[in-house]
Design a protein around this ligand. Sequence first.
Ligand SMILES: [Zn+2]
Length: 166
Amino acid sequence: MFKNGHQLNLGNQYAKGNKHTEEWKEQARQRMLGNSRGFVKGKPSPRKGIKAGFPAWNKGIKMPDRCGANHHYWTPDRTKAKEKRNLRRSLEWTAWRSEIFERDLYTCKECGISGVYLEPHHIIPIREDETKIFDVNNGITLCRNCHMKTFRKEMTFVEKYQKLLN
Ligand SMILES: [Zn+2]
C-alpha cells in the first residue's frame, strides 16, 4: 500500500521524470559512442552528402512537342480569347441569340430537333466578316451536334444555311 514518504516507481529510471542520474547519462553516452547512424555533437550530419528522396521522374526532361505553341490548349492571343468570352456574356449577344432562337422556333434548322440545348451559329464566321457578328440574318439555330459538325468547315455550310433561311 501507499504510505507517506514513499516514492513512486523507485527503480524505474524512465518514470522518474526528466531527472537523469549521472550514471544513467553516462550509460546513454556509451551507447551512442560508435553509433554511426545517429547525430553526434560536433560531427557532421551522418546524412551529409546523401540527397533527400529521389528527384521527380520528369525533372529536366523537356517535351518540345507538347509545350507552348505545340500544345493543343495553346491560344496564341489570350486577349482575343478573353474578348470572346466577354462578348458571349454581353447583352447584345444575348439579344442576337434569342432573336435567332425565336425566329427558328427553338428548333435545330439542320436536323429539326427541338427541346434540346441549342446554339446560335454564325453562317458566315466572324473571323471572315466581323460586321456580321450581330446580324440576325447571319445567325441560325443549331443543336450542339449539328453545330459541332460545322466547326472548321463553316464555309462549306454557308450556302446551305443561307438557303434554309430564305
Ligand atoms: Zn441538329
